[in-house]
Design a protein around this ligand. Sequence first.
Ligand code: PXG
Length: 465
Amino acid sequence: MNLISNHLPTDELQAIDAAHHMHPFTANAELAKKGALVVTAADGPMLTDSTGRKILDAMAGLWCVNIGYGRDELADAAYRQMKELPYYNTFFQTTHVPAIALAQKMAELAPHDLNHIFYANGGSDANDTNIRLARHYWAAKGKPSKKVIIARKNGYHGSTMGGASLGGMTAMHAQGGLPIPDICHIDQPYWWGEGGDQSPEEFGLERARQLEAKIHELGEDKIAAFIAEPVQGAGGVIIPPSTYWPEIQRICDAHDILLIADEVITGFGRTGNMWGAETFGIRADIMTIAKGMSSGYAPIGGSMVSDDVAATIDMDDFNHGYTYSGHPVSCAVAMENLRIIEEENIVGHVRDIAAPYLKQKWEAFSDHPLVGEARICGMMGALAMTPDKSSRAAFAADKGTIGTIGRDRAFANGLVMRHVGDQMIISPPLILTEKDIDLLINLATKTLDETYAIAKDKGLMKAAS
Ligand code: PXG
C-alpha cells in the first residue's frame, strides 16, 4: 500500500492543528493541551496513527465506513469520474450519468415505494430538506397549517439549524436559539434508563402513545410529520422495545401525518438488514440516508421519497437544492460502494456471521461489575455503566465522568469506542471477521476492567441520590 506518510512530526502537527483547526463537538482549548490523535492511514477495520500505532476502529469512522478502509475500487471510481466529469449540477434542466445511475439503484434498494431521491451532502442537510419537503407537501395538498414536526428528546438528526432542531439534544438547543419554530419533542423509548418498573413492552407502548397525545394536544391539522431514527445512534444506541415501532406506525397511519425514518446510521446493513425499517417493520414516507451510502469515502446523503410525496411535490417548483446535490464524484463512489455491498453480500455477512457472533460476546459484558446493560442490534451496541446494577442507577459523579475514563482507556488500548455520557458504544465496520471481533472484545474487556479499577480507586462507584 502506498502511504502519504511524508508528514511533519506528530507534536508539530498537533500544534498546528490546535492553532488553526476548530474541531466539531470539542472543547478545543482542552484538546490543545494534550493534542489530537493524528490518524494517517487505515486499512480494513484498522487505523494507523502518526506514530505508526495500529488502532481498531470500532466506530467505523463516525458510523460510516461500513465496508472498511482501503478499498481501491472506490478510489478508482472517484479518479475515473473526476477525469470524465468532475462536476455538473442538476438544477436547470440538466442531469448527468452518475446521478441517474445512483437514483435508479437507490430506488431499487429502498423499501416499498420510496422510489425517488433528493440528493444532499450528508445527513444534516438531508434532514433540512425533509423539513421543507414535509411542509411543502402539505401546502401542496391544500393543508398549509400542517407544519409541525414531532421528533424525540435525545434523538440526533444533524448539526444544521434544521437538523439540530429536529434532534433532541438539549446541549445543542442551548446554543444558537434552537429549536426553530414548529418543531417539538416527545420522550425517547429508552427502557433501561427511563423505564422504571414497567416491562419493556409496556414502556414501549407508553412512549409511542406520547406521539398520539401530542397530536391530540396540538391538533392533527397542525402536524406535518414525525421523525425518528429506527435505533438512536448518537443518543447512545437506544434500541426500542418491540412494541414501540408498530404503535408509532399505527399512530402515523391513523392521523394522516408523514413518517420520516432517519436511516443515516441504520441504513445500508448496520442492523442486519439493508434498512432499519426492515428490522423494525417501519413503512416511512421519507427516509434520510447518508454515511454508509458511500461508506464515508465521499460526502453524500439524501432523502428517499415515496411515490405519493414525490408526485405531490412535483406539482409545483420545490425551491430547494444544494450546489453539490448529486455530486458526480460522490455518486460514482456511492455506486461502487453499493456494488461491493451487494456482490460481497455484506448484509448477509452481518446477518448470518458477524452480528450473531458479536451479539453473543457483547451480551456477556452484562456480567461485568461495571455494566448495567449490554445491548446490541446488528453491528451497533452499547454498554450502560452503572454503580448499581439492580437499581440501574446513574453515577453520583458528573455525567460522562466514567464514560470519559472509558474512552481514554480504550484509546490507550488501541481501540476506538465512543462514550455517550456513561455509556460506551460501538458501531464497527460491517466487514469484521470473527477474529476481528475477538480482538474487539479482548480490547473492550481490558478497557472495562481498567475503567472499573480506576472508578473504584477514585471512589466513583457511588450512585446518584
Ligand atoms: N441523522 C442521524 C441519525 C445521524 O446519526 C445525521 C443525521 C447527520 O448527518 P451528517 O452527515 O450531516 O453528520 C447523523 C450524524 C456521534 C456522531 O458522535 C453522530 C453523527 C455525526 C457526528 C457524530 O455519534 N451522526
